[in-house]
Design a protein. Structure first.
Length: 299
């Protein structure tokens, strides 16, 4: 019998932020059962915690959307280690997690009394192709945005810290909130550019403590809209630093982004980017979480 948690990540308020299922001790489950559980919960991702299969990591985690397995997931990683910390009474510390993209290290558990916050180092930022003018036009139409909504900052570009996203900046918060995407059109573009997620943001947040305000769409993998996306904010931090879009001191950038307001599930992601000696951009994200419910899984 496995323990199932439903955790709201990147928030301390139940039923906000990004919900993720977490199945502890999932080693006995088949792939078909994992997919069935993810489909039943119908979160954007559900995490399945497995024993380590090597000496170079402490725990192994697989992630499923309602329709397919994905290599890694930021908010479900936060949810996973929050659930483990709560279930097993784990102290503050760090560990190494193995995912479909390799080793995620370190994952950090921070404790402040009963409050638990999870941080993680994502993969090194990889900058993919920039969309051409025709593709950008199709993307804006698919999002329900006008050409004049596009900001004058960096390019519309594919960036990954483990799970690639197309990053596109709009001029204002009103334009981001007003998006009404066409899932079929976005899915068709996903197949063409071989990238499933579209992370739309603005720096016109209207709130001094927030650098970015965003939404994320991935209908090609069964996620019409994701409330708060760790694997979107990580690439965003690297993108902002690489293109000099926001001031950065000594090759470092730290900020808080907000996502999910348009879905009634607002949450906040802390992003920290540093430049390594070889020029690689190293990205960490962190966030709080809260338990929505705990149950026994009869599988």
């Amino acid at each position: 019998m496995s323990i199932l948690y439903q955790v709201d990540a990147f928030t301390r308020t139940p039923f906000s932020g990004n919900p993720a299922g977490v199945v502890l001790t999932a080693d006995a489950l088949t792939d078909a059962q994992m997919l069935a559980v993810a489909r039943e919960l119908n979160n954007s991702e559900t995490a399945f915690v497995l024993r380590a299969d090597g000496t170079d990591h402490d725990v192994r985690v697989r992630f499923f959307t309602p329709t397919t397995e994905v290599p890694t997931c930021g908010h479900a990683t936060v949810a996973t280690h929050f659930a483990r910390a709560v279930e097993y009474g784990l102290p503050a510390g760090s560990l190494v997690q193995k995912t479909g993209t390799g080793l995620l290290q370190p994952v950090r558990i921070h404790r402040d009394g009963d409050r638990v916050r999870i941080g993680m180092r994502q993969g090194a930022a990889v900058f993919g192709p920039e969309l051409d003018d025709a593709q950008v036009g199709r993307l804006l139409r698919a999002l329900g945005a006008a050409p004049g909504d596009l900001a004058d900052g960096g390019p519309v570009q594919i960036v990954s810290t483990g799970h690639a996203k197309v990053l596109v900046e709009l001029k204002g918060r009103a334009a981001v909130d007003a998006l009404r995407p066409d899932p079929a059109a976005l899915s068709a573009l996903s197949r063409e550019i071989d990238t499933n997620g579209f992370f739309v943001f603005t720096r016109d947040t209207g709130e001094e403590h927030l650098l970015t305000w965003s939404r994320m769409f991935a209908p090609a993998i069964g996620i019409p809209e994701d409330p708060v996306t760790g694997n979107g904010h990580g690439p965003l931090g690297a993108y902002l630093l690489r293109h000099g879009i926001v001031p950065a001191a000594d090759g470092r950038l730290s900020f808080t982004g907000r996502q999910g307001a348009a879905m009634g599930r607002p949450g906040h992601v802390r992003v920290d980017v540093e430049t390594a000696a070889d020029g690689a951009l190293l990205v960490s994200i962190s966030g709080s979480a809260v338990t929505a419910f705990r149950a026994e899984l009869p599988l």
